[in-house]
Design a protein. Structure first.
Lengths: 538, 360
């Protein structure tokens, strides 16, 4: 009996000790920000090549661009590494004056030659980000004359057209506008398969070399990213010394970690877990409306889908308002136009969300198109939320009007590849514009430079969908040259209202970035385009 | 079968030397045959994986350049990856590089595949080894006990518990384990290999965190690693326990019905002695095969368990490579799986010889 009691006491003591040890470990370090996030998408740290949100966010906290976006309002531009700039009278030449006395973490001075090299390499390498420059008429062939360092602190960029500065300057706020440490990168420059220089692309896959509040000290694929604060940062030291991003793919696992206090922020929670966070007094949600749009795209080459009335019918087959209250409660706002809310030129809410679920109306349009008995069509989509949910919702409503939707789910690489080959009928996808202006999506969704299949203009969504209409092309190109803001806005409104009826894309939601965090974390800021680690405190 | 000179006893040192040389030659020939069989199997494995992989409609180029790159970049990277060449040529180039020890770059991680494997495979081996120790430590005794108490309550309990372990999805078990033992009770660490306080503290030497932390004399890190491995290893160990217990039970039942067991009992030996000293050694050979298979299965990496526990292991690495159409990753992983199975086969062959007196 006594022995049994001794064992019992020993066991409970052991239990208490292990629980206490577990409790003691559950707090994150006071001077560090710990996030759980699915970081499988990270491919490279080279700002010229980055094309997905995780890495974009990381480099935006490690590298400073020429021009900053205000932490509260992305449309407000503030001096970055360029302390001021001016535009020539003809509106074609931009002169940037760099701050003096700045040094990269390596100790090398930040120079206009660095800036020249950093911008040119984006053009030379020609990854997706080069489009941010080429759409304004900069090109790799003319880069040497278009982008020049006049002296150590002055950079000049010359564009072929007098774009409105409020529009063009955005290009220097993103990852393509970072100033990299050329001297530190040059020893690591290699060659590409065609014998040309890789401008450090190979080395920058796993390294960062630029001036910014943090620097990357470790990236272990699908495991951890660690950023350390740069001492003597020119804007003053940021409050938190370290940022640790741990790869956790499962929503439920992230939530448990957040509840226990092992992380400060959970990045990939599903609706159910977000609801639990909302109800938990120790945790809070922090949302920002991103400019990413979800849409169902139709291939205009398709004999039935090319008919405007058929697509009108389909626009009435999604319960935008119902989904916004349920599936998309935390992650999206219903929206029907290609200009996201918050961007310059966006329609007011009552004009940007004009469709609703209306089976009778859909039938009416189908009858008008001569397809009263319906038809069969294939819809492809990716695996990530909310693709399967919305695809199935659409399928169910389409069945009510006789449209048999065959769903095909596939990996995103395959999905993009099929789109670029114009090898699809309907596809559910998402798209994020590069800057908060109607022009960004107008140039990719509406304008189509050359609709011939052999033109292979895969970077234009309009080309992928074989959408080509003269009026739209002309209007989009005209709008981006209008200097009067009011006039430019009105033209975008007109383009949007027509595109909502004629366009190949049936927009349904605008994405919300939802951060679930612990109450202890304060002043964490993010907006449509950026997430700032620099303001956070505990 | 293995006749020849050795069967006839020959005296004298010269003869012994001749005999020794012959044996050596025979062993050499045997080894060569084994090695070429292994080589051919691996080559076949590679070829099949490569051609099937290339037939899948996956496009690795998009993963590299992003969705909105112009066609000229697409075409250049397409050429850079060698995708414009005929399939057989791509395969020949790949095999040529592998023979020089170059597995290429992984598109998903931007690292050399070989470096990635040195990171992810040890993580999985560590988890699989702890799991199999749990699996064997519980599964064998449970199986024996169930066989001895055949048809009784104990047998039924072992069977039902085993059935649950065998049929409940690891994904679900993992989540439930996290909810109960991590979130509610706080007995074990959460997802990941180590607590956030110790990340980046240990320089990987062997890649096994449990060993590296001890080598670095960091007991805190070691205990944190134990804290984190115990739950995923138990979940994986549970399903191997179920499999091993079931197999052990049926092997033991067969032995216990043999006449020598009855004879031993009639001679007055205790039941425990008959079971553990007479019957049990006779199932060892079969058991080794079962355990080797269970271990090999664990070494392939349990994708779902690795996902739930954010374990940076081999299964997830292979799956991500496959989804991205990254053939460098898929082929290298296939080779590792093939080699693992061959190695475990060899080891169990050796164990047979040690355990089965007839093969001596």
């Amino acid at each position: 009996m006594r022995r049994a009691r001794t064992i019992l006491v020993a066991a409970s003591a052991a239990l208490a000790v292990t629980s206490a040890a577990a409790q003691a470990q559950t707090r994150t370090p006071r001077d560090a920000l710990v996030m759980a996030w699915n970081i499988d998408g990270i491919l490279t740290m080279d700002p010229a090549q980055i094309g997905e949100v995780v890495t974009d966010e990381i480099v935006n906290n490690t590298c400073d661009p020429l021009i900053f976006q205000n932490v509260d309002d992305p449309a407000r531009l503030e001096p970055g590494l360029a302390e001021r700039w001016e535009v020539s009278e003809d509106g074609r030449t931009y002169t940037f004056h760099l701050r003096r006395g700045l040094r990269h973490p390596s100790g090398n001075p930040v120079t206009a030659q660095d800036a020249e090299w950093s911008i040119r390499r984006v053009l030379y390498l020609g990854f997706g980000n080069a489009a941010q420059y080429t759409q304004w008429g900069l090109s790799k062939e003319k880069a040497e004359e278009q982008v020049r360092a006049v002296d150590e602190h002055t950079l000049q960029v010359t564009v072929p057209e007098p774009w409105p500065p409020s529009l063009f300057l955005y290009v220097f706020t993103g990852r393509q506008g970072f100033i990299l440490d050329r001297k530190a990168i040059e020893p690591h420059v290699g060659t590409r398969a065609d014998g040309t220089s890789d401008y450090g692309n190979g080395w920058l896959r796993t390294n960062t070399a630029c001036i910014g509040p943090y620097r990357l000290t470790r990236w272990t694929a699908s495991d951890t990213v660690i950023l350390e604060r740069n001492a003597n940062y020119w804007r003053g030291d940021v409050p938190l010394r370290r940022v640790i991003i741990r790869h956790v793919a499962e929503s439920a696992a992230q939530r448990l970690q957040l509840e226990r206090g092992d992380i400060d922020i959970a990045r990939d929670l599903n609706a159910e877990d977000l609801a639990a966070v909302e109800a938990n007094p120790n945790l809070k949600l922090n949302a920002a409306l991103r400019h990413q749009l979800y849409y169902i795209g139709a291939n205009m080459d398709h004999p039935i889908l090319g008919n405007d009335d058929v697509r009108m019918a389909m626009r009435y087959l999604v319960d935008y308002q119902g989904l916004e209250r349920t599936v998309m409660r935390y992650s999206g706002r219903a929206w029907n136009s290609f200009v996201p809310q918050g961007a310059f030129g966006a329609l007011p809410p009552e004009r940007g969300l004009i469709y609703r679920l209306d089976i009778d109306k859909a039938r009416e349009y189908l009858a008008r198109a001569g397809h009263a008995n319906g038809f069969t069509v294939r819809l492809m989509h990716g695996t990530a939320f909310p693709s399967p949910d919305i695809a199935q919702h659409f399928q169910a409503n389409a069945a009510k009007v006789g449209i048999r939707v065959e769903i095909e789910q596939m990996a995103s690489g395959q999905l993009f590849s099929r789109m670029r080959d114009r090898n699809f009928e309907l596809a559910f996808l998402a798209w994020s514009p590069g800057y908060p202006d109607a022009d960004a999506n107008a140039m990719r969704h509406v304008y189509n430079p050359d609709n011939r299949p052999e033109a292979r203009q895969g970077m234009f969504l309009s080309w992928r969908a074989s959408f080509y209409r003269e009026w739209f092309n002309e209007a989009v190109l005209r709008a981006r040259l209008i200097r009067d803001e009011e006039e430019r806005k009105l033209l975008y409104h007109e383009i949007q209202e027509r595109f909502m009826r004629e366009g190949p894309f049936m927009y349904n939601f605008q994405q919300v970035r939802q951060l679930a965090m612990r109450n202890e974390l304060r002043e964490f800021k993010h907006h449509a385009f950026k997430v700032f680690y620099t303001t956070a405190r505990k | 079968m293995a006749a020849g000179g050795a069967a006839v006893p020959v005296h004298g040192t010269g003869a012994a030397r001749a005999d020794g040389t012959a044996r050596l030659r025979r062993v050499g020939r045997e080894a060569l045959r084994q090695a070429s069989a292994v080589g051919i199997s691996l080559f076949g494995l590679l070829a099949i994986t490569f051609f099937i992989g290339r037939m899948l409609p996956l496009d690795p180029v998009i993963a590299v350049i992003g969705d909105d790159a112009p066609q000229s970049t697409y075409d250049m990277v397409y050429r850079e990856l060698g995708l414009d060449r005929p399939l057989w040529e791509q395969f020949a180039i790949y095999v040529g590089k592998v023979l020089q020890g170059d597995f290429g770059l992984a598109l998903n991680t931007s690292n050399r595949v070989a470096d990635d494997l040195l990171r992810v495979f040890p993580a999985t081996v560590e988890l699989a080894t702890v799991s199999i120790v749990i699996g064997v430590g519980l599964g064998v005794p449970f199986g024996v006990i169930a066989a001895v108490h055949r048809g009784t309550m104990i047998d039924h309990i072992v069977r039902v518990v085993g059935l649950i372990g065998y049929s409940a999805p690891n994904f679900w078990l993992g989540l439930m384990g996290l909810v109960v033992f991590y979130a509610m009770l706080g007995w074990v660490g959460g997802p990941g290999r180590v607590s956030v306080f110790y990340i980046d503290m240990i320089e990987p030497r062997t890649g096994f965190l449990l060993i590296d932390s001890l080598l670095a004399n960091e007991p805190d890190v070691f205990w944190s690693a134990v804290d984190h491995i115990i739950l995923p290893a138990s979940i994986l160990g549970y399903s191997s326990t179920a499999y091993i217990a079931r197999m052990t039970r049926s092997f033991m039942l067969e032995q216990l019905s043999q006449e020598y067991v009855i004879t031993a009992r009639v001679k007055g030996l205790s039941r425990a002695r008959v079971v553990w000293r007479h019957a049990f050694p006779n199932i060892m050979v079969q058991l080794v095969t079962v355990i080797a298979l269970a271990y090999a299965f664990l070494l392939e990496g349990a994708v779902l368990t690795e996902t739930v526990f954010a374990w940076p292991g081999f299964g997830r690495y292979l799956t991500l490579g496959l989804l991205a159409g990254d053939m460098n990753v898929v082929l290298a992983c296939t080779l590792i799986v093939g080699l693992t199975f061959i190695a475990l086969n060899l080891i169990s062959d050796i164990l047979y010889r040690l355990l089965d007196p007839r093969t001596r």
